[in-house]
Write a protein that binds this ligand. Structure first.
Ligand SMILES: *[C@@H]1O[C@H](CO)[C@@H](O)[C@H](O)[C@H]1NC(C)=O
Ligand SMILES: *[C@@H]1O[C@H](CO)[C@@H](O)[C@H](O)[C@H]1NC(C)=O
Length: 610
């Protein structure tokens, strides 16, 4: 064929394997699923103890090239038979280094739930998932070409134990196989290739196979995915996911024609990455999808009581080697994910990526706990790297504890629930509102102090209003003084009219002067009324009001006496009384008038000084 694949040829088959134990694999059924970019292998092993001592560990080996792509490993046994089969759940395993093992192999030891006695057997299912196990070949293609990929493995199950009988079936995405390694007992039917059965194989048997086939799948690979889960005890878990995504399939070469692509997308860009589906938890809200440019509106959201589906479309169809960065964010109701047990709270939420088709080279999950959380512990159902950080956001005093979990090679199988346990007192919950309230309180106090300190500036302050009112009171009092002074002037004119009368004896002129004075005084009395009622209603005038009222009263009394005197004098003149007689008649009134006039002048002076 002229192609040279980078094949690994292990020389282990010729090595004489050490005698590890008396286990044999009496039957091995392997299935390899190549329908997606994640290669999944399920091996069903019938493990039999042919020795005399009980055995409680089974060894699994992986060559180096496989180990670096190993994303997920799980071993389970099924107790009972047929319909009464009960799974024991995932069995614990560990990397071990037994002596005499061929170089380049990594050995996992799986602990069985119970020792396997002489002649006993059990079925062990080993489930594995690998990333980057499909190599594009050719590595570069044009827009119009179909993507071809290569897969390499062994037709025989690599095992430190002898195998009595085994078979392998490989499932391809399409029934289109470019080439495949033909061994004894190889069959192709549709999109499935079968190897075996092979019988009585010694330990470490290995025969390489290469399968070259068509895959229209876009290989969506997140170089890095950072998921941040922030807990707010006010009822929300905020999830923010930052993706750095690349199409990990065959790189595109030559010109990319959008026109060609749009005209016939299924031919001119069959393996392009057009959209992704994120399966979010039910009741997810405030969902957004954005990149550096902004929100991307070509996303669709729908859901039911079991899930929320988000379909996202990158800004352009992605071909091999192209990459993009974007962020998905959503809120989740806290009560769906936060629980209590043994006096602790715990978050129970999915670890992996909500987009199933994506494989993740480096997955970082950050759990941001509320400030004041303590006694933190984490339970993840698979090995991860773990450390703690601190995050500060507004109003934080000591910062929020952040649990950081890192997993390389993450796939759909890692979409399992994990738990973060922590202690938290409700006092801490009140910390932020307390700080907010006290913050506002201090601001308020500061404002009051500021306003008192600077009355001339703050026009809305109470003291400003009071000052304004005081000014008005003073102006009113001045007007009152003014009116009283005008009254006194009229009094003087009346006195003058009487002197004129004694000189000329013109009663009519004096009566006319009196009439005019009456009119003026009436008008002034009218002007005075509103001024007095303003002063009576104004609290600022309370101090001075009695003096003003006294002044007005005295002036009125003075006015009355003056009128009495005026009338008496005019009357005496009309009756042609003598000068002496008139003087006697008004003497007592004149006395009173003099006193009153003095009092009015004094009051005017007192008020003036205020
Ligand atoms: C993007 O969408 C989110 C959620 O719908 C919204 O809160 C945000 O304001 C939007 N941002 C821009 C820049 O439009
Ligand atoms: C976490 O949630 C899952 C799914 O709801 C559930 O199956 C599992 O039992 C929960 N784990 C714990 C420790 O509560």
């Amino acid at each position: 064929m002229g192609m040279r694949f980078d094949l690994f040829f292990l020389s282990i088959a010729i090595l004489c394997g050490p005698v590890l134990s008396d286990l044999v694999l009496s039957k091995v059924d392997r299935r390899i699923d190549l329908t997606t970019q994640t290669v999944r292998m399920t091996s069903s092993l019938k493990v039999e103890n042919s020795g005399t001592d009980p055995v409680s560990e089974v060894l699994l080996v992986f060559p180096e090239h496989q180990l670096k792509n190993l994303a997920y490993l799980m071993a389970i046994t099924n107790e009972g038979k047929g319909k009464t089969k009960v799974s024991t759940g995932s069995l614990p395993f560990d990397v071990v280094h037994p002596e005499g093992m061929p170089l380049g192999l990594t050995v996992y030891s799986v602990s069985l739930p119970r020792g396997l006695g002489k002649g006993e057997s059990l079925i062990l299912d080993v489930i594995t998932a690998f990333t980057h196990a499909l190599q594009p070949f050719p590595e570069k293609i044009t827009q119009a070409e179909t993507q071809l990929v290569v897969f390499q493995d062994s037709a025989q199950f690599l095992s430190p134990y002898a195998v009595k009988v085994q078979s392998l079936s490989v499932k391809l995405p399409e029934p289109k196989v470019e080439s495949y390694t033909k061994l004894e007992n190889t069959k192709v039917s549709g999109s499935e290739i079968k190897y075996g059965p092979y019988e009585n194989l010694p330990s470490f048997s290995y025969s390489p196979i290469v399968i070259h086939f068509e895959s229209k799948q876009p290989f969506a690979v997140a170089r890095e995915l950072v998921r941040e889960l922030e807990i707010s005890h006010w009822g929300n878990v905020q999830v923010t996911e930052h993706y750095n995504l690349i199409h990990g399939g065959a790189e595109i070469k030559g010109e990319f024609s959008r026109l060609d692509y749009q005209a016939r997308p299924s031919i001119r860009g069959a393996y392009a990455l057009k959209h992704l589906f994120a399966k979010l938890p039910p009741r997810a809200h405030s969902v957004y999808y954005r990149d550096e440019i902004g929100n991307i509106s070509t996303s669709h959201l729908w859901g039911d009581s079991k899930k929320t589906q988000l379909q996202i479309e990158p800004r352009y169809p992605m071909f091999g080697g192209w990459n993009t960065s974007f962020t998905i964010g959503y809120g989740l109701p806290l009560k769906d994910f936060l629980f209590q047990s043994d006096g602790k709270r715990f978050l129970n939420i999915s670890f992996g990526c909500p987009i199933n088709e994506v494989v993740i080279d480096n997955l970082i999950v950050k759990v941001v706990l509320p400030e004041g959380s303590s006694d933190i512990s984490v339970s993840v159902p698979f090995p991860v790297k773990q450390w703690q950080e601190t995050k500060f956001s507004h109003l934080d005093m000591v910062g929020r504890p952040v649990i950081v979990l890192e997993k390389t090679n993450a796939v759909q199988e890692h979409n399992q629930h994990f738990q973060v346990y922590y202690k938290f007192s409700n006092i801490s919950l009140l910390m932020e509102p307390f700080m907010l309230i006290s913050g506002f309180f201090f601001l308020f106090v500061a404002c009051i102090i500021y306003m008192h300190a600077d009355m001339t500036i703050s026009k809305s302050s109470a003291s400003y209003v009071a000052r304004l009112q005081w000014d008005e009171v003073q102006a009113t009092i001045q007007q009152v003084q003014n009116i009283i002074n005008r009254c006194l002037t009229i009094h003087d004119k009346l006195e003058a009219s009487l002197r004129e009368l004694s000189r000329t004896g013109d009663v009519q002129a004096c009566k006319a002067a009196r009439k005019a004075a009456d009119g003026y005084l009436k008008e002034l009395s009218k002007e005075l009324k509103p001024l007095l009622s303003f002063l009576q209603s104004s609290p600022q005038a309370a101090q001075i009001l009695p003096k003003v009222e006294e002044l007005v009263a005295k002036e009125r009394e003075l006015q009355e006496r003056l009128m009495l005197k005026h009338s008496a004098v005019v009357d005496s003149y009309e009756k042609k009384s003598g000068g002496r007689e008139i003087e006697n008649r008004v003497a007592s009134i004149q006395q009173k008038i003099t006193v009153l006039r003095q009092e009015v002048d004094d009051l005017l002076e007192v008020i003036d000084e205020i």
